[in-house]
Design a binder for this molecule. Structure first.
Ligand code: CUA
Length: 343
């Protein structure tokens, strides 16, 4: 989906797709090498993703070697040496090549695979996150060790780097799947059932996560930013998240707050410290400080806030939040100022 200069959206559908030739297939590794790694299993930044990445390469190289062996043998007996072999030799070839060899190779690969099973089921070291899949966004609750109430956020996951954090997963209505390719394997999220995983980002960084289970019209637009921070920065950030919303500091922001109240936004959204206490949509207490809007769909510039509020359905098909396109340009701008100010 691309944005036109007047702020409207259009979707490009693939037109006449040409057949993919072998040349293109050979180019795939080159194209993959160009990925920036923000959402790639091939550039792991977490302990678990590293294990999975190693397993992938071992299996891939193993498969290529076996493919070459089998096809080389096939080529040899059909093109190079077509002399008939004795029945005894043929029988032996079947037993050794068809039973013994695959058993040894698959046994070795299975042993290797089991021995490096990632620690994604290991318990966390203090921090627990509870992430709930909604349509189509992520409810995120941080439970620091010993806390009796969560710090609520949305559509962004922040983790302390160098520390394993536990993530408890659930879903409101349909099955989603929580996946941060650069940090670890994926895990399904079910309504009425808890699943768990833990992740250990090795270094500070920013990556992208994506829902990996088809969950409706905007499944592909259900993404999130993942930020691993040095542990002191993370504690500071979490403390800030726990505070109530900042009061508007500009005239436009104050007008925006009044529009927010007048339009009934508080029926669905919470802005802690104000009368907005809705729990249907994402908590907006610190929405202005997030890295994306609409669950990884837009940036968080003032223009993005305006686009989102006025044209929700065009940005994210079938989203529950109605578009507020009846607001005037000035009202939208004031509302955007207010929301952006909620840092
Ligand atoms: Cu949620 Cu796909």
């Amino acid at each position: 989906m691309r944005r036109t200069t007047n702020g409207h959206y259009f979707t490009r559908f693939p037109g006449n797709q040409r057949k993919v030739g072998p040349g293109i297939v050979l180019l795939v590794p080159v194209i993959l090498a160009g990925c920036d790694g923000r959402q790639s299993v091939l550039s792991p930044s977490g302990a678990d993703a590293r294990v999975l990445g190693d397993l992938f390469w071992v299996m891939l190289i193993g498969a290529i070697v076996l493919w070459l062996l089998v096809n080389g043998l096939f080529f040899y007996v059909t093109r190079i040496n077509r002399a008939a072999m004795s029945r005894r030799f043929a029988n032996r070839l079947i037993v050794v090549g068809g039973v013994v060899f695959p058993t040894l190779v698959l046994g070795a690969l299975l042993t290797y695979g089991l021995s490096i099973m990632p620690d994604q089921r290991a318990p966390g070291e203090g921090l627990t996150l509870r992430v709930t899949g909604e349509q189509w966004w992520w409810r995120v609750e941080y439970w620091p060790e010993g806390a009796d109430a969560p710090i609520v956020a949305a559509n962004e996951i922040r983790l302390p780097a160098g520390q394993r954090s536990e993530i408890v997963l659930g879903s409101a209505r349909v099955i989603h799947s929580f996946w941060i390719p650069a940090l670890g394997g994926k895990m399904d999220m079910f309504p009425g059932r808890e699943t768990r995983m833990s992740l250990l980002p090795e270094t500070p960084g920013t990556w992208r996560g994506q829902c990996a289970e088809f969950c409706g019209a905007s499944h592909a637009l259900m993404a999130f930013e993942v930020v691993a921070m040095p542990s002191e920065d993370f504690s500071e950030w979490l403390e800030a998240q726990a505070t109530p919303a900042a009061s508007p500091t500009t005239g436009a922001g104050a007008r925006g707050a009044r529009i927010f109240a007048r339009e009934g936004c508080g029926a669905c959204h919470t802005v802690r410290g104000t009368s907005a206490r809705g729990a249907v949509g994402p908590d907006l207490t610190h929405v202005g400080g997030r890295l994306s809007l609409g669950a990884g769909t837009l940036d968080t510039t003032l223009a993005d806030f305006e686009t989102w509020v006025a044209h929700t359905g065009a940005v994210k098909p079938e989203v529950e939040m109605p578009g507020y396109d009846h607001l005037s340009a000035t009202e939208l701008s004031d509302l955007a100022q207010y929301l952006k100010g909620l840092e």
